[in-house]
Design a protein around this ligand. Structure first.
Ligand code: SOE
Length: 380
């Protein structure tokens, strides 16, 4: 695809800023990244959009995504979950590459429609599962792939936050099932289930069945700046137990009520020869135990040979959360620039696609179904 790639972004708040920051960093740290133009921001509130255009370094704004999707090379869908499907599908149908925030959609049916549209499209689709791009996570995958852990027996994944522990914390769209789909499950659990697939699925095979439960602890919350409350219609926490094809077992949970945990996304994998564990709150470290070790050793994953690190600072000059966005943007935009629409060639990077987003959505739907029925659910 010809450069510069023009970019349209729906959403300009938290995720809009994280991705705009990544786009601004790319030319400085990844000179081989495709040239991009931060062309247009899409939203509904014109005053806020005008401010965001200046703050995030875009050229213009538009209040109608339909005007934008066919007019840019890449469409970023960072809006609330319920508006992931229609704009993304329309963009793909118009031949525009799409990078979408997680979870892929607010319902399983929408996720399937998006997956099908991506299959039919000549341009790449990506889901912003940013934690795949942490160098320590890449190193963990290398260790698992090369058999250092032996046969995988356990995967333990949790994503713990506490921003809703206060019952007076304000209502937001993330608490509305019609907009978000689910709560901690889709917002946080989607990350963990994707990371699990990324790390172990090549060795364990797929998750074959799962049992889960959802719980809402506070049923209504105050609306900021108004004398009213609104109902909470999503889960505040989920837990799940899974079986993988090779017989390994997985336990997963996420909560927005886990007091003391701010953004504690952690994964532990135990195999017949060793174990590893990782938490996003300590993103530069991987804990590893090999067959001859008495206990876990902590490895600082900041060496030049670790992925992306030679692009950044000297060894030990640690990286943080925002770098994951730079790395995923680099990989996705490189895949877009390398797309030859006359052939099926694609970049071979590990950018999660809409297919990956759909596979995670299958697991989310199975956990919800299990919560309703009280039964273990086959994932097929
Ligand atoms: C929620 O608090 C949130 O911002 C998620 O929406 C993000 O996906 C996660 O990475 C951090 O936490």
């Amino acid at each position: 695809m010809n450069e510069p790639l023009s970019i349209g972004v729906l959403g300009y708040r938290f995720m809009g800023k994280a991705h705009a920051n990544a786009l601004a960093r790319l030319p400085m740290f990844f000179p081989d990244a495709p040239d991009v133009e931060r062309r247009v921001l899409v939203g509904r509130d014109e005053d806020a959009l005008a401010d965001a255009v200046d703050e995030l370094g875009f050229e213009e704004y538009n209040t109608d995504w339909e005007d934008v999707i066919g007019d840019v090379d890449v469409f970023y869908n960072l809006g609330p979950n319920a508006i992931h499907a229609d704009p993304s599908i329309a963009a793909l149908d118009a031949g525009t590459a799409v990078f979408c925030e997680k979870p892929l959609a607010h319902t399983f049916d929408d996720a399937k429609r998006m997956r099908d549209a991506a299959r039919d499209a000549d341009v790449p689709s990506g889901v912003a599962f940013n934690y795949r791009f942490i160098p320590a996570v890449r190193y963990a995958k290398r260790l698992i792939d090369s058999g250092e852990l032996g046969e995988i027996r356990h995967v333990r994944g949790s994503y713990l936050q506490d921003f809703l522990a206060d019952p007076e914390a304000p209502w937001s769209w993330r608490l509305d099932a019609d907009v978000a789909g689910s709560g901690a499950l889709g917002d946080l659990g989607a990350h963990t289930l994707d990371l699990t697939r990324f790390l172990v699925e090549d060795r364990t095979g797929k998750i074959e069945d799962i049992r889960g439960q959802l719980r809402t602890f506070v049923d209504e919350r105050p609306v900021s700046g108004a004398d009213e409350t609104r109902p909470v219609t999503v889960d505040d926490a989920y837990t799940a137990q899974a079986t993988f094809k090779n017989g390994a077992v997985g336990t997963f949970e996420a909560s927005r009520f886990a007091t003391g945990h701010k953004n504690d996304h952690s994964v532990e994998v135990n195999g017949s020869k060793g174990s590893l564990r990782f938490s996003v709150e300590r993103p530069n470290e991987l804990e590893f135990l090999g067959p001859d070790d008495r206990g876990f050793q902590t490895i600082m994953v900041t060496a030049d040979e670790d992925p992306y690190l030679e692009r950044w600072w000297p060894e030990g000059h640690v990286l943080g959360w925002e770098h994951t966005f730079v790395f995923e943007n680099y990989e996705f935009l490189s895949a877009v620039a390398n797309t030859d629409t006359d052939s099926d060639e694609r970049s071979s990077s590990d950018v999660p696609t809409f297919e990956d987003g759909y596979r995670v959505q299958q697991l989310l739907a199975a956990i919800e179904k299990s919560d309703e029925s009280g039964e273990r659910v086959n994932v097929s």
